[in-house]
Design a protein around this ligand. Structure first.
Ligand code: GDP
Ligand code: MN
Length: 340
């Protein structure tokens, strides 16, 4: 197995004391404090104690005193605690609540996880297109999304935001998987409606081949496309892409279509389709060197910089290996930055 330590030019991005305009970002509930602290400590230990980027914690309710105390103890960096304006979070006016509830029951019978959890639908919509308009986040360009209960196994000794900027990248991911097609049956049809109206938004070097490939034809049959997506519980990205005209118009179109509430469209497939259609695929970066886990998947590099992670391991269970869409990304997606 190849050694994956860090980019060959990582030396250009050591801590110079100069930061780019970036924040670590967590949408999180007060009840998730312990799980969040676990993730936060690992991000601090492997990366942020060297670079000191501010944290932004976001919630639909005010953060508790305990949440603030404990998170302050976990970093020497600045922290923002932000509450989402109600009209950014709740169902937009055109959503019919009775229809949303009936749809949720139907999806539950189809085995769609979280379909009856109203807050989950809201969270997915907010992460899809609303988060970049949170007043505090409008001050920042770059973000690194950190979820509670995730693990970071490897030392990251270079500034990942500077790396992205210097290499002219827009979006960074670690895990690439298939989705549950039942949760997004009308997402691709709604996307095609938009694209028919705006063919000029589709990039000439897009990753559309990754979205339309048919390695798992059952997925294409139900969802209309491959369902391959960047697993968005980890993202390092440029928020200006989500604020761009093509993406915002796409998001508004989806929001009007209602699938965040009438189906259970996730922010991962929505982000991924937006990236896969409207962005130059070479601006998407695989962080092969960031060891990461969100149950049940891993990205685990073979590197001396990593601890407690089995090199090459993809998932907790062998039957899940079919969920890995990474080979399809290699085939149809952007160039891989460096080979070791
Ligand atoms: P999963 O990874 O798809 O199982 O979903 P999670 O439960 O991990 O939720 C995704 C992210 O959104 C996590 O960072 C959660 O802390 C956050 N989240 C989910 N629902 C809510 C909510 O109702 N309020 C807040 N403040 N955060 C939420
Ligand atoms: Mn999660």
């Amino acid at each position: 197995m190849k050694d994956i330590t860090e980019p060959p030019d990582a030396g250009n991005f050591r801590n110079s004391g100069e930061r780019v305009n970036a924040t670590l970002l967590s949408l999180v509930r007060n009840e998730e404090l312990d799980d969040l602290l676990m993730s936060m400590k690992e991000v601090e230990e492997t990366f942020n104690k060297k670079f000191n980027y501010p944290w932004t914690f976001v919630n639909d309710k005010p953060f508790s005193r305990k949440f603030k105390e404990k998170t302050r103890e976990a970093t020497k960096a600045q922290i923002n605690y932000e509450v989402i304006p109600k009209d950014h979070w709740v169902e937009p006016s055109w959503i019919n609540k009775d229809l949303a509830e009936a749809s949720a029951q139907y999806l539950k019978q189809q085995g769609v996880q979280y379909s009856t959890m109203e807050s989950y639908h809201r969270m997915c919509r907010w992460n899809s297109g609303m988060f970049v308009h949170l007043p505090k986040l409008t001050e920042y360009k770059w973000y690194w999304r950190v979820e509670p209960k995730t693990h970071y196994f490897c030392d990251i000794d270079y500034d990942v935001f500077k790396y992205m900027e210097d290499h002219n990248k827009t979006y960074g991911f670690v895990i690439n998987i298939y989705d549950s097609p039942e949760s997004i049956q009308s997402l691709w049809p709604a996307t095609l409606e938009f694209v028919v109206d705006h063919p000029e938004y589709v990039h000439s070097n897009s990753a559309i081949g990754w979205l339309t490939q048919t390695t798992r034809p059952d997925h294409n049959k139900i969802a209309g496309y491959s369902t391959c997506h960047f697993w968005s519980n980890f993202e390092i990205g440029d928020m200006d892409f989500w604020r761009s005209k093509p993406y915002q118009e796409y998001f508004d179109h989806l929001d009007r279509a209602g699938g965040f509430f009438y189906e259970r469209w996730g922010d991962a497939p929505v982000h991924s389709i937006g990236l896969g259609l409207f962005l130059d695929k070479d601006k998407i970066h695989w962080f092969k060197d960031i060891g990461y886990q969100h149950i049940p998947y891993f990205n685990c590099p073979n590197s001396k910089k990593c601890k407690k992670c089995i090199p090459g391991l993809f998932s907790d269970g062998t039957r899940l290996s079919q969920e890995n869409c990474f080979p399809q990304w290699i085939k149809h997606g952007g160039s891989i930055e460096w080979d070791e």
